[in-house]
Design a protein around this ligand. Sequence first.
Ligand code: PMP
Length: 439
Amino acid sequence: LPLRLIFSLSWQAKMSKPVQAQRLEGIDKNIWVEFVNLAATYSKVNLGQGFPDFPPPDFLKEAFVRAVSGQSQALHQYTRAFGHPPLVKVLAQFFGKLLGRDLDPMTNVMVTVGAYQALFCCFQAFVEEGNEVIIIEPFFDCYEPMVRMAGGTPVFVPLRLKAPEAGRLMSSADWELDPAELASKFSERTKAIVLNSPNNPLGKVFGRRELEAVARLCVRHGALCFSDEVYEWLVYDGRQHLRVASLPGMWERTVTIGSSGKTFSVTGWKVGWAVGPDRLLRHLRTVHQNSVYHCATAAQEAVAQGFQRELELYGKPESYFMQLPRELGQKRDSLVQSLAAVGMKPIVPEGTYFLVADISEFKSDVPEDPSSDEPYDSRFAKWMVKKKGLAAIPFSAFFCDAHKSSHSHFLRFCFAKEEATLKAANDILQAWKREKSSS
Ligand code: PMP
């Protein structure tokens, strides 16, 4: 064979070997990357990705400005790897009070790059080949690929929709966790369960009975619990957010995850945290010190000051953690009305700043396409942002592949938006409705 051909064949053979690690197989698509792009290109009103379009509280912005413009040069440099001391101290005080136990800021709290990194640390620290991790559907989409990247196998258990009484709007409380079905998923292979209350996307706030069922099963099977509580302050109508780590037998096996992004309306700051016993957190620290190592110092300093203020105002009406849900509750009601008025049936959320609505009545706008692999709601959401300028997220994105098609006639809307944004969304929906009734 001519030398050139031999070179070319051996080059081709080399290139046919995949360049990427096998653990990335099947997890290359990401709903946020796709829909954030679409919203940026087409939307007039963006109720898609979950972030507030109103400003964060002044006291927090001022704390950040002080951190970067003050005399302390140290705030521009590295701080302690596992969390800026003032922040871990106040988080330990704050969550110690909520959980009714003394927390050591150095061993029971770790600061992370948003809740995302806290989750990533959990999966990397505790999950390996042969382990199963139970995920309750619908779920915040990153849990599944994070389990897979760690070599584990996700096992899904759905919330089941109980039909509401006639004449009443659906509520996130109508989606229930069946304790028998949950129990059937636990086995000796179960390493952990991921709990997310209040739940993104439904806004469900898990009740005591459901959490106790989770706790009993975790204790019985020696499983861990990764409790994603980033929406802990966003609960409505007098509902109470319960912390699974406070239930009997759960502190020792739970990592509780939070985020200043949701807590103080600063999703771009990416300051999150994990709280738990040292026997678990020491392994999170191992992952953290060998990956990101450290989070932005000035942002941590500002969040520490924010928490200091909230600690002093705890339970008082001026507390931001009381004020934010009051304001968001009104926004929720306003979006519920807008959607219900045009025939998109909203599921009224008990918590979070998301609202899921049934789009069945709008199906005539986008025909079903049995030849398409894409879930119907995904096609609908793309059509809606391109034709109507309104961005939302398909509900099926929050289910595993096998269950997407049976949950593909809903959209998730974010209502953490200025009044003007919600009004603009209402105008689009009303005009759309008029168009439909005149055609
Ligand atoms: N968990 C849930 C349930 C979320 O909705 C989000 C953000 N959308 C995160 C974690 C990630 O939070 P952060 O932005 O702090 O990384």
